[in-house]
Every structure is written in C-alpha cells, then in structure tokens.
Design a binder for this molecule. Structure first.
Ligand code: MG
Ligand code: MG
Length: 280
C-alpha cells in the first residue's frame, strides 16, 4: 500500500535496532510467502475476492494479521489492482482474464512489526509493450534500492527511479502516491517519492526501514481516485505497474527484507502467468 504524498517537514524517523530488523524480516517473510501463494493460485476466472480470502487465511495460518484490513477503513487484506488501476484496488467479484496484469500488494503485522511488498503479475496473453512496462518498473525498484544506503538522501532513491522510467523510458511516474518508512507502523516517515532530485531530501542513515514502491504508468503520470475512496486508476486509463520491497538502509548496500524469490518460483510453475524479469 502506498502513502498519499503530503511532505516530510518536521517529521521524526525511527532507526531500527538489529533485533527490530529481524522482527521486520519475519513480518516480510510472511508477506513474501503470501504473495507466492497468490502467484500459485492466479488463473483466468479467479476473482480478486477469492485471492484475498486465500491470502487472509494464509497470513493467519502463519501467525500474522493482514495489515491493510481495516486500515483507514480499507475492507480487504490485499490491494488487488488490475490493468489501469495503479494501487489500492479493492478485491471484487470481477474474474481475471488472460490478458490482464494485476498488482497485488500485501501487508502483514507480526509481533508488532509490519511487512509490506507488492508485485505486478502478467497473465499469459499480456503482450509488449505492457510487458516492457513491467520489466522497466521492476528494474527501477532495484535501481532505487541501490541508492538506499547510509549517507545518501531520499532524493537519490527518487531520482534513480524517475530517471530510469521517465528519461530512459517514456513512462509516467505517479506523483500522488509514494513509498514510506515502515516499522511498528505500516506507514512511517519519511515519505519516499518515486520522483525527485539527486542529493535532495532527508538524509538516510543505517537502520532506517523503507518501503520503496515505484508506481509507473504506460501513459501519462496523472491518476484519479474512484468514488469508492480507495481505487486509484490512471487518468488516461492506460495500464500501470507497481513493485515494492521493504528494505533497511545499511552502509554500502541495502538489506532487502521482503523476498520476491518465492513468488518468482511460483510464476515459473504457473502456466497462467508470464515471467516479467528484466531482460539481462
Ligand atoms: Mg504495499
Ligand atoms: Mg507500501
């Protein structure tokens, strides 16, 4: 789940101890395995409500609590955002189709700490240029994470994502929603925009836990909130991608707490889904 952008002025950052980082890792492990469970059951005809129910049971079976359920009144355990829905899609009775993309965002609270990660899945008939949007957005997440090291600034993360998506590629980076700090709350300071300037913004130091989550549109960057008060869709109704990891800032290299390896394995085993890994 992303955060509506408001600005970071005068905010307090919580730096995590080694013990707290392990608790965050545990919460993110449940998130990662839940996303993998979703990847294993995605097929044409399944509904958002069905995958939400499966995820909620899975999270409970692993000792966690779905962090999104009831968050500011959000009615479900997952955000399920397909095609032109950017984020915060409410799981519905709509059946998925062979040419859909679907972003699944999962948050889990475990032992008082929050995990948060997301992935955009591509069903079997999704074609270029939508697949390329997914590859580029996924790669931009890792470019952002590369900047999440001690002594950098939030703007270094933001610029890495924006430059790759908007300068190297012709996409629109969403401005209205941002990544965020994460810890004993689902959303902590600082905000982590996916656009900005190198060397600007808050200094980041070892122990800061961040959810980095590029939301990138195939068309223009503008989004619109639906009447349900949650669903964010692209204004031009073109597709949008969303990938998210929770990480901890370290010296030299960020520690990635969530792990997409579990879901990538399930994608390989699920003939209904395509791999969206960047071409290497
Ligand atoms: Mg999320
Ligand atoms: Mg988030």
């Amino acid at each position: 789940m992303g955060l509506f952008a408001t600005g970071n002025e005068g905010k307090r950052f919580f730096y995590k101890t080694a013990a707290e980082i392990e608790l965050l890792r545990n919460a993110n492990l449940v998130v990662s395995k839940t996303l993998a469970h979703v990847a294993s059951i995605l097929k044409p005809g399944i509904t958002g409500l069905e995958i939400d129910k499966a995820a909620e049971e899975f999270i409970g079976d692993h000792g966690g609590r779905p962090a999104f359920k009831g968050y500011h009144g959000f009615p479900a355990s997952l955000c399920v955002s397909y095609n032109d829905i950017v984020v915060h899609g409410i799981p519905s009775k709509r059946e998925f189709k062979e040419n859909d993309i679907v972003s699944v965002d999962c948050g889990v609270e475990l032992e008082g700490f929050y995990g948060d990660a997301a992935f955009t899945f591509a069903f079997q008939d999704v074609e270029e240029p939508v697949l390329e949007l997914l590859r580029v957005t996924y790669a931009s997440l890792y470019l952002g994470i590369e900047q999440a090291v001690h002594g950098k600034r939030i703007g270094d993360i933001s610029a890495a994502v924006q430059d790759y998506c908007e300068r190297k590629h012709p996409y629109g980076v969403v401005r209205d929603l941002v990544g965020h700090g994460v810890g004993r709350s689902l959303h902590e300071d600082p905000e982590v925009p996916n656009y900005g300037k190198r060397g600007k913004g808050p200094l980041i130091m070892e122990g800061l836990a961040l959810a980095i989550e590029p939301m990138v549109n195939l068309g223009k960057k503008e989004v619109h909130q639906a009447d349900d008060g949650w669903t964010i869709h692209t204004r031009d109704r073109m597709p949008s991608a969303h990938f998210e990891h929770s990480v901890v800032v370290k010296k030299g290299k960020a520690d990635i707490l969530s792990d997409h390896a579990y879901l990538l394995d399930e994608i390989k085993n699920n003939p209904n889904l395509q791999e969206v890994l960047p071409k290497s």
